[in-house]
Each structure stands twice: as C-alpha cells, then as structure tokens.
Ligand binder design. Structure first.
Ligand code: ADP
Length: 487
C-alpha cells in the first residue's frame, strides 16, 4: 500500500508530498484504445518528475504488458456489488519502469479479459472495478491528497466516496474528473442502482440524468473540479455534449480546459525505435523520405508522391463515414498525384466501404483495418500529411504527434484541433484547416496540400517550424497542479 511521504522536524510534519491517485480504464503501454491511454500513461510520469506522488490504478486486462512485467500482490479483499460478494486483488508493478506506481485491479472472470471495452457486461465490469478501487483506498492507513478520475469508467467514484455509507472516511478527499470524451457516459438503468454499495438514497438526484443513472453526469455533479483536454472542447460542451449541455452550463464554475501534452520520450523521431530511420529537425527531409520509401515498398505505393494518412477509430466522431467517398473523389480529382493510407478500425460499414475503394485503386490507396501501434509510428514518420476531419475532437493527439514528426496536419476546425493547428495561410501557419466534415472540404484541402508539397522551401519551413513547437507535459502538469491546489 502506498505510503505518504512526510518529512518531519522533531516529530512534527513539515512537508507532505501531494499524492494523486489516477483512476482510469486505459493507460499506455498497459492497455490503450485511444488518447485516454496516452494521457494516463504520460501525465503521472511527468507529475512524478515535478515532485507530485502520482499513481495509477486500472483494471487488470489480459494484455501482453501483464505477462511481460513483474508484479507483487499489494492488497486482497472482498467487497459486495449488489448481493454478489466478489474477491479482488490489487497487484503492483514491481520495478517502477513506467515512472509511476501502477496498480491493477484483478477481479477474476470480470476484468481479466483481452479487450478493454465492448462486452455485454461492461456496466458490471466497470462498476465492480470502481467499487474495488474505493474499497481499497478506504482501507489505506492514510488519505490521498486527490483522487483523479478519467472519463465515465471512473465516474461513480466521487459519488461513492461521498455518499456510500462504507466509504465515509474518503468523504473529504477532493476529486477531479477529466473528460477525454463526453460522448460515452456509461448509462445504467435504475434497476442497476442496487449494484452501488449502500448509499444515501436522498442523494438519488446526483446519480440521475434523464431517468437513467449516468456515471459521467454523476461525476460532473460530485467532483470538486472538472477538466477537459482542451479549452475549446470545454466551450463546445456547453453547446453539444450528448445531452449534458445544461449540466455543463450549470457547473461551469468548476470547469477548466487544459490542453494535453505529448510524451516526448515515446514520440520522438530522433530516438523512435519503431521507425525505419530516425531523424531530427535538420535531417527531416531525408529522414521522412527514407521512412516513406520503406512504408510505400511494404504497401505497394509510390514513394515519390505526397503521402496522406488517416490514423484513428473509424467512427462518426472522427467523420470516418465521409472518408470512402472523399478518398474516391480525391483519387478521381488528382489521379496519380498522391498516395493515401488509412490505419484504423471501428464501424464495420466504414471498414467495408474503405476496403472497396482500396480494392479499386490499390496502387494509390491502402487500408489497414486493425490496431497497430508500431505501424502508427511508421506512418507519422513517413506521411507528408495527416488527415483529421473530426466532427468532435476533445483534444486530438494525432495532430500533435504528426507535428512532432514533421507531418503537416489537415484538420477540421473543432475542439483541440482548432487550439493546436494554425492554417498555413495565416501568420506562422504550418497546417491546413477546413470547416466542414464533408467530401468537398477534404478534397479541396488535399488540393492545397498537393500544391504545397511541390514547394519544397515552404514545406521544409513548415516541417521544421512545427517540429520545434513545445507540446511537452511540463506546462500541462503545472495547470493540473493549480487545479489540485485550488481544491
Ligand atoms: P481518440 O482518443 O478519440 O481515439 P486521440 O487523437 O486523442 O483520439 O488519440 C488517438 C490515439 O490512438 C493516438 O495515439 C493514435 O495514434 C492511436 N490510434 C488510434 N487508432 C489507432 C490504430 N488503429 N492503430 C494504432 N494506433 C491508433
């Protein structure tokens, strides 16, 4: 069990390091489905470097990280979810290799599966996970300074800490909710209220939103502070939040938008072991070309052409449904003046439609359906342009990784994309921005991109400029520290 660091002078405490417990469903490299994993894998590491004792607790899935790491049992106990008494075990990574203490919650038969999400019993899985986390913390011999919950999978925790009779010793511990994606809220029917350990029934209204138990809404109501992963996304949520707009508006005084950083240790073209040739600001032109030659020879594309890539979940938020027609139209419009590659998975109809376009033009357009972390690094390093037509983008990390690798981001002006990308037509601009997530805007933007690709002086300037933009975690860590101190 974690011990609080307390320095004493003649037996009296003089300094106590702030201790933050991050609760999340994902954390890179343990288990990642998207940006949530990247953030929870990096933020605690940089917080520790800044002198905060930050730790992560997450479910124990059967991922390769589990089998290739060393573990010690930290705690074992039984808790109730409804009438079901279950045993949980907290294991801790033994070497500290991630730069923070990592704890996994093992609940046999429930959490120990290969995928993170997508099971019919996800409500029970994540509710049991949260019960185990709160139960475990309530048995510590000290209180953490802050419990930092990420997305709806940890959304019941602030409520449980305050209103479940068994966890009253955590009542005064401040909580922060960070919203990485407000589309998913973890809705539960009221018949599932019995899963939550004995709670003060007069607080029913804190769990309810639209006659459902809504874990994300409950966290927005109960957490001491709410953060989103970019300032623009916070503003947008007041207008579009999948039904929670009025809640955000009424809680706006405790909301703050903090832009994500990127992990420069993991995403660095000068040291990345996942790419063919490493490169720096000074060698970006040759470096990217060599990486492009490797990828293009692997996938049968022409490395002398500008390479456009899309990396991400093939879902409506990312406007992936527009891609098949947009790719088709771009290929018809610009012919063999560019190559395209898509890496992603998601909606089966989109996967199918993209594969059909790829089958028609397979010397120009390739699709890799699936999740492939190594290929994603290869694509950031070899692509000339990264396409992100997202309808909703809370922060977006892909465009930040692209910039770090000298790849020009092509983004729809929304959320974090609008906070981080300056159009090349504007002063010191290095990206391409467009307004609509539709075929026309995507095809027109590809035209602008092809033109700038031919202007090598401008291209070199943009690449070098964006590679030097500082998106490190240092500033972000400071903003979170201010939030913690305020509560
Ligand atoms: P979101 O969290 O909404 O999916 P973000 O832009 O915040 O979007 O983060 C996406 C992260 O997931 C990035 O690290 C990106 O490289 C990665 N990613 C998404 N899809 C894939 C995929 N199919 N293969 C490898 N990495 C992927």
């Amino acid at each position: 069990m974690g011990l609080e660091l307390v320095l004493t002078l003649e037996g009296k405490p003089i300094f106590s390091a702030m201790e933050v417990v991050h609760v999340s469903a994902e954390c890179y490299p343990v288990a990642k489905a998207g940006g949530l994993g990247d953030v929870v894998g990096a933020l605690p590491k940089y917080q520790n470097k800044a002198g905060i004792t930050a730790k992560v607790v997450m479910p124990m899935y059967r991922t390769s990280f589990l089998y290739t790491s060393n573990w010690v049992v930290d705690y074992k106990a039984k808790a109730f979810m409804g009438a079901w008494e279950f045993e949980y075990t907290i294991i801790k990574e033994a070497t500290g290799k991630l730069g923070f203490d990592l704890y996994l919650v093992d609940i046999h038969g429930l959490l120990d599966r290969q995928k993170i999400y997508g099971y019919p019993d996800d409500v029970e899985r994540f509710t049991a996970f949260q019960i185990a986390v709160v139960h475990w913390m309530s048995h510590w011999n000290h209180r953490p300074s802050v419990v930092h919950c990420h997305d709806y999978h940890a959304g019941l925790i602030p409520f449980m800490m305050q209103h479940c009779y068994d966890y009253q010793n955590l009542k005064e511990v401040p909580t922060v909710l960070t919203i990485h994606n407000a589309q998913y809220q973890g809705w539960m029917g009221w018949h599932q209220s019995e899963l939550i350990p004995r709670w003060d029934l007069s607080k029913k209204g804190l769990l309810d939103w639209g006659n459902c138990i809504n874990p994300l809404a409950a966290a927005i109501k109960c957490a001491s502070k709410i953060t989103t992963v970019s300032p623009s996304y916070m503003r947008e949520l007041m207008q579009h939040a999948n039904g929670l707009e009025s809640l955000f508006a009424s809680e706006k005084n405790k909301c703050v938008g903090i832009l994500n950083g990127i992990d420069h240790d993991v995403w660095n073209p000068a040291t990345d072991t996942n790419i063919e040739v490493v490169y720096t600001v000074n060698t970006v032109m040759e470096g990217k070309q060599k990486n492009k030659e490797k990828i293009c020879s692997q996938y049968g594309l022409d490395a002398s052409l500008p390479l456009f890539v899309f990396i991400g979940r093939l879902v409506g938020e990312k406007a992936a449904d527009v891609l098949p027609a947009a790719m088709d139209k771009a290929i018809q419009t610009y012919g063999a003046r560019a190559s395209y590659m898509i890496l992603g998975s998601g909606d089966p109809a989109v996967e199918m439609a993209l594969s059909k376009v790829a089958a028609r033009y397979n010397h120009i357009f390739r699709v890799y359906i699936g999740y492939n972390e190594i290929l994603s690094h290869g694509l950031y390093a070899s692509a000339d342009f990264l396409l992100m037509p997202s309808r909703v983008e809370p922060c977006g990390l892909n465009q930040l990784y692209a910039m770090r690798y000298g790849t020009v981001p092509m983004v729809r002006s929304t959320g974090g994309l609008q906070d981080t990308v300056v159009d090349m037509g504007d002063k010191e601009g290095y990206g391409i921005r467009f307004t609509h997530a539709n075929e026309k805007d995507i095809v027109d933007s590809i035209g602008r991109a092809i033109d700038v690709y031919d202007n090598k002086t401008h291209l070199l300037w943009m690449r070098q400029f964006m590679m030097q933009i500082n998106h490190s975690w240092d500033q972000t860590v400071e903003s979170y520290t201010r939030v913690y101190k305020s509560i």
